[in-house]
Design a protein around this ligand. Structure first.
Ligand code: ZN
Length: 411
């Protein structure tokens, strides 16, 4: 087992106490890859030590999922069986704390018809969405990583399987601030306080727009939604008041900008990996709030396909601020996993926004949120634009400016 057991126990404890913040008597639903049975057992034990009433495991296997998609018909795959629906309904009563351990091989679905993938997802979502909506904001959840060998080989192709796995575990533990001799709980407390302080400051500024500039050619203005808030790090379960951190790692402070209001050019500073394919050395030009042209040294056609995916895929759903000192950026590694890569530096996302950034967001339908400026699309694709010299100014309604970022970090 990588790395040593003590370190993994420390990590499991952090995930359960600080991340999911499992409460006494609470039902926990833990989803883990079959290859992660040893780490899943450590997480389960940490849940029980925290007082969990019962831990229910959901095993996953991306090798099996791939076989399903290769051989089974899409109608069969899209069918939600009565017991699955009943299980989803039961969740609306139990409101379990959900923990997802991500281990996916980034290439697991390479070569699978993207249309089959999206139609199966859409068919299942149609049945299960009402149950998902019913637990929204009323339960704690956490997504964190437990890397497996295939994922590790993707990140470290020059290393042997064992070495690659050790190297990826090391990178993951650094990214979540777990080392042999530190107190990760204290470090996370300081980190979330810092993030919340910055979010509070941004919310108090009342910026109308942000202007981005970098020597690499980025020159871009995006307008914000007046009553939308900047959010980061922790969330609160409205049902029981428990604070939790839905993503570990998390470095970003994000909001959804005004859909359809941005101008200028954004130059990507890291490759974008989409459905196991790479887009590199690219920039996107926006006019009237929509991506109107793009160029890429590699993957141009794919980038155009993403932008044209549906009517609103060309508009932005997220802007996020991450200083260049983030542990993920310092690792210099491309993780091929959004949970990590989007926490490396400042980014924007094409496609769907987050209605929960609006004051009454959870209660709004997608159509109502769209009226208020939150973009809606079948995609949400993050791309990194944080550079060493990135400057961001906040612009107030009276035209006055305030430095937000200088030289790639908080001004
Ligand atoms: Zn983000």
């Amino acid at each position: 087992m990588f790395p040593d057991r003590k370190l993994l126990e420390k990590y499991a404890e952090l995930l359960v106490r600080v991340g999911a913040n499992v409460q006494p008597g609470q039902i926990v639903q833990l989803a883990a890859n079959v290859e992660q049975h040893e780490f899943a057992a450590l997480v389960t034990e940490a849940c029980y030590r925290a007082g969990a009433g019962k831990v229910n495991l959901v095993w996953e296997s991306d090798a099996m999922t791939r076989l399903d998609f290769l051989y089974a018909e899409r109608e069969e795959l899209g069918r939600v069986l009565p017991w699955e629906e009943e299980k989803a309904r039961q969740m609306t009563e139990d409101l379990p704390c959900r923990i997802f351990l991500v281990s996916d091989d980034p290439d697991a679905m390479a070569g699978i018809d993207p249309d089959k993938l999206s139609s199966v997802t859409a068919a299942r979502r149609r049945v299960l969405k009402p149950y998902r909506d019913a637990i929204d904001g009323r339960h704690q959840w956490l997504i964190a990583a437990a890397p497996g060998e295939k994922w590790a080989k993707k990140c470290f192709p020059e290393k042997t399987g064992e070495e690659a796995l050790a190297a990826l575990w090391d990178a993951v533990l650094r990214a979540v601030r777990v080392t042999e001799d530190n107190d990760p709980v204290a470090e996370w407390r300081a980190h979330t306080e810092f993030v919340e302080e910055k979010a509070t400051w941004l919310n108090a500024q009342g910026f109308e727009a942000l202007h981005y500039e970098s020597a690499n050619g980025t020159d871009f203005t995006v307008w914000l939604i007046p009553d939308a808030s900047w959010e980061g790090a922790a969330s609160v379960n409205a049902e029981n008041g428990a604070r939790y951190i839905p993503n570990m790692p998390t470095e970003e402070i994000f909001t959804s900008p005004q859909a359809g209001r941005c101008e200028g050019k954004l130059v990507a500073t890291k490759p974008l990996c989409w459905n196991s394919q790479l887009i590199e050395g690219f920039s996107i030009r926006f006019a009237g709030g929509r991506a109107v042209s793009c160029s890429a040294a590699r993957g141009q056609e794919l980038l155009e396909k993403i932008i044209g995916m549906d009517d609103c895929a060309a508009m932005l759903g997220e802007v996020a601020l991450v200083p260049k000192e983030s542990p993920i950026n310092r690792s210099g590694l491309l993780f091929y996993e959004t949970l990590f890569d989007e926490n490396a530096c400042c980014h924007c996302a094409l496609g769907a926004g987050f209605k929960e950034v609006l004051p009454d967001g959870d209660a709004l339908t997608t159509a109502e949120a769209k009226e208020r400026g939150i973009n809606d699309s079948i995609i949400h694709v993050d791309f990194m634009i944080g550079s060493e010299d990135l400057s961001i100014d906040g612009i107030r309604p009276d035209g006055s400016r305030e430095p937000v970022f200088r030289n790639g970090t908080w001004a």
